[in-house]
Write a protein that binds this ligand. Structure first.
Ligand SMILES: [Zn+2]
Length: 181
């Protein structure tokens, strides 16, 4: 079994509470995706490390994870890992009350720590201190997640999916990440 798995489901466009098409969670269908005010895609993004689900990724609970934010987040971790075999990067909170995520690499082993973030007020998680995984598993899971997310966006929002991916999605990072899957 892989020590890192990343999957998603129920990704929808974030609304502003003022549109009759919004569901009970304030989400709009992917057909409403846009390149400006309707560019935010949220849903369930599940990061599993050695069989445990990583908490504190969502804004308002575990099913409110920002796709844009986490594409950038995973990219930051991967870039640090690719740069050298002993690496450490702190991916700071993007929002109020979120913790920081510390990604470390010691040769073939990676570690994830959920740490306090001063500006956001996010607190450390005692259950998530230096949890080990295999760096190669992270690379594989990340590449698959990106490929699946891209396919989803292009399929569910064909009217602007490709532009969205280039502007907001993983397209911004394409040159930095050699495909491994
Ligand atoms: Zn968002």
């Amino acid at each position: 079994m892989s020590t890192v798995e990343i999957s998603f489901e129920n990704l929808l466009v974030s609304g502003y509470g003022d549109d009759p098409d919004e569901d009970a969670n304030g989400r709009l269908p992917m057909s409403r995706l846009g390149l400006d005010e309707y560019a935010c895609v949220h849903g369930t993004i599940r990061l599993m490390i050695s069989g445990r689900r990583v908490p504190h990724m969502g804004l308002f609970g575990p099913d409110d994870v920002c796709l844009w934010e986490w594409l950038a987040h995973f990219h930051e971790a991967q870039s640090a890992f690719r740069a050298e075999p002993n690496a450490r990067v702190v991916v700071d909170a993007a929002h109020q009350s979120e913790p920081a995520f510390v990604w470390e690499r010691e040769e073939e082993t990676g570690f994830l720590t959920i740490a306090a973030c001063e500006w956001s007020g996010g607190v450390a998680d005692a259950q998530w201190q230096k949890i080990p995984f295999l760096v190669d598993d992270f690379f594989t899971a990340h590449a698959r997640f990106r490929a699946e997310a891209r396919e989803f966006i292009l399929r569910e929002a064909p009217h602007c999916g490709l532009e969205w991916w280039d502007d907001w999605g993983g397209g911004r990072f394409e040159n930095d990440v050699p495909p491994t899957v």
